[in-house]
Design a protein around this ligand. Structure first.
Ligand code: SAM
Ligand code: SF4
Ligand code: SF4
Length: 342
């Protein structure tokens, strides 16, 4: 295995993309059953989630994060499954905060437990949070989350997070014929409250969500619909690798974002590695293969050896699934979204 050059940070993959972000799934479990992610027919009562002894322990988890940071990672996103189901989520955030070199920590949550946990997250040092919410309509949202969970309670969670001083972004996955009628009402609602709403194109993640291109609402159409009611203008991206394309409501500083993985793939600037709750490294959201870091770590490897190992995996990375999905479908089953987070 080649030893990586200590001075060449961040490390780069085979297509010249730096390693800048780490998305950590802290659990594969969730209290929702969103049809586009964990449909009840697949993730029913008999589904076998990861057992406790297969999960990274807190010290292992911190050690791996530290090693990723030493390779160039600056931004960490904690996701899941549903990360707020973890009792020690505050401790996890505090641990990451103490790692030198981490410039940004965010959490992605379905918001169901946010009202209760907002203070703990803030006290742990979290500054920003992304809440997923697909509709303000109780009937549609109840069906979409598969558990009849009220949108009202997610909105209360968002209010609680904002009152604690957390900066809140909201993600809405838009599906044709399911919730596309909610695009403009959602835009108005979150504009009024000063939170950035990001529209996410429905993606073919995993193998169980019956994805079909016909159900994708292209970001271009979303912009047109909003623009008719509230004129928009494009905004420059903040930094290399920014996932969302940004638009501003004309005459104001209020923004929306669009995550157009299907119609405007952004693999060329993809700087994200993903770590599952059992310590598997995935170099793409649509990966069919993984690297078992837990196993390597439990073999007794030193930090330096682990660094070289991870650098080697990243150095060989050539993933660009979103750019090729329509011409080269995945050859093998892909990892599930709930296993590695968004
Ligand atoms: N449970 C948390 C939540 O829902 O925010 C975190 C994990 S969830 C897998 C992360 C993000 O992925 C959510 O914003 C969710 O809406 C999004 N997501 C899940 N399946 C998707 C799909 N098929 N297409 C697009 N986004 C998806
Ligand atoms: Fe759970 Fe998030 Fe997947 Fe919905 S999108 S089922 S909330 S992990
Ligand atoms: Fe990154 Fe893979 Fe998504 Fe392309 S398809 S942007 S490589 S995660």
């Amino acid at each position: 295995m080649e030893k990586h050059d200590e001075n060449a940070l961040p490390i780069h993959d085979a297509l010249g993309r730096p390693l800048r972000d780490l998305r950590i799934s802290v659990t594969d479990r969730c209290n929702f059953r969103c049809r586009y992610c964990m449909p009840e027919e697949v993730f029913g009562p008999d589904f076998r989630f990861l057992p406790q002894d297969k999960l990274l322990s807190l010290p292992e988890w911190e050690r791996l994060t530290r090693i990723f940071v030493s390779l160039g990672v600056e931004k960490i996103r904690i996701t899941g499954g549903e990360p707020l189901l973890k009792n020690n989520i505050g401790e996890m955030i505090s641990l990451i905060r103490r790692i030198e070199g981490v410039r940004d920590i965010a959490v992605t949550t379905n918001g169901s437990l946010l009202k209760q946990k907002a203070r703990e997250l803030k006290d742990a040092g979290l500054e920003r949070i992304t809440v997923s919410l697909d509709s303000l309509d109780e009937e549609r949202f109840g069906v979409m989350n598969g558990r009849r969970f009220p949108a009202k309670r997610v909105l209360e969670g968002i209010d609680a997070a904002a009152s604690e001083g957390l900066s809140v972004k909201v993600n809405m996955v838009v599906q044709k014929g399911v919730n596309d009628q909610d695009v403009v009402p959602m835009a108005k609602y979150f504009r009024e409250r000063g939170h950035i709403l990001r529209f996410v194109e429905f993606m073919d993640v995993g193998n169980s969500n019956a994805w079909n291109l016909k159900h994708v609402v292209p970001s271009r159409q979303i912009i047109e619909r909003i623009h008719k009611e509230m004129p928009l203008e494009p905004v420059e991206s903040n930094y290399f690798g920014e996932v969302a394309t940004r638009y501003r409501y004309q005459g104001s500083e209020d923004e929306i974002g669009l995550i157009s993985s299907v119609t405007q793939a952004f693999c060329g600037s993809c700087t994200r590695a993903r770590l599952s709750a059992e310590g598997h490294l995935y170099t793409c959201l649509f990966a069919s293969t993984k690297t078992d870091l837990l196993h390597v770590m439990r073999e007794g490897k030193s930090d330096d050896e682990l660094r070289s190992f991870i650098a080697d995996v990243w150095g060989k990375r050539q993933d660009r699934y979103s750019e090729t999905r329509l011409t080269q479908p995945a050859a093998a089953p892909k990892v599930e979204m709930s296993h590695i987070g968004g």
